[in-house]
Structures are given as C-alpha cells and as structure tokens.
Design a protein around this ligand. Structure first.
Ligand SMILES: [Fe+2]
Ligand SMILES: [Fe+2]
Length: 138
C-alpha cells in the first residue's frame, strides 16, 4: 500500500492501530496457550504471529520505504534525517523477526524468543508514534 492512504494522517494512523492491535491479540493468544501448556498450539500461534509481522507490519514498512518516504523527502528535504531514523526502526523490526526465526530453530518457544515477540510490539508502537509525529506535522 502506498500513495494516498499513507499520506493522510488519519488513514495512516488507522493502519498503525490495526497492525498493532492484531499483533497484541495474537501475542496474548500465544501466551495463553503457553500458560495452559498447549505447546503445539502455541507453536502454531507463533508461526501465525511471525507471518503476521511480516505480512502486515514489515510489508507496511517496505511500502513506506519504496514510496511514501521517497515522496516525503523529495517534497521536504529537511525530513531526510527523520526518514533515516524511521528506516532504522524498520530495520530493527526486521532484525528482531529474523532473530526470532533463527532462535526458534535452536530453542523453540524459549523465554528469550517470547521476550523478542514482546520487544516487537514495543519497537513498533514507538516507531508508529514517532512516524506520525515527525512526518505529519507542518
Ligand atoms: Fe514505518
Ligand atoms: Fe507507517
């Protein structure tokens, strides 16, 4: 998704809120399964959650970098540094997801994997807030 929807604060914020709330719900579901000792279902939920981060949140980041961010810096070169910082946030999300996938192969749904799933939520929440603040004020 690019163009008009990302350029309007309300529409863009709705994408952020939808993405975050879905991730929180899916993470909570996974935690519930773990608490009940339903390991296999918890692992399926973890697969689903990784897929969700890639298809809903990181794909949004990819779209921003290949369109919206380029448009913003073309129109307002003074926002270049903000875009660089926001792109680094995207990279952190990509790095954490890759680390989760690698660590899961070795450890399964270990405490450090669970910690990284929660870290994704925190990084994403701060990133979205900062993006709305830095790119949408006059
Ligand atoms: Fe973003
Ligand atoms: Fe965004």
């Amino acid at each position: 998704m690019s163009g008009p929807a990302l350029r309007q604060l309300h529409a863009h914020r709705a994408i952020h809120e939808g993405g975050l709330s879905g991730a929180v719900t899916k993470t909570n579901d996974m935690m519930d399964y773990l608490r009940r000792g339903e390991e296999q279902i918890a692992n399926e939920a973890a697969n689903d959650l990784i897929d969700y981060w890639k298809t809903r949140v990181i794909s949004h980041a990819d779209a921003e970098e290949s369109g919206f961010y380029l448009e913003v810096t073309k129109e307002k070169p003074e926002l270049k540094e903000a875009v660089t910082m926001l792109t680094r946030d995207h990279d952190l999300l990509r790095i954490i997801v890759a680390d989760i996938e690698k660590l899961r192969e070795e450890e399964g749904l270990s405490p450090s994997v669970i910690q990284k799933f929660h870290a994704l939520i925190v990084v994403n929440e701060i990133h979205s807030r900062e993006e709305e603040r830095m790119l949408f004020t006059e």
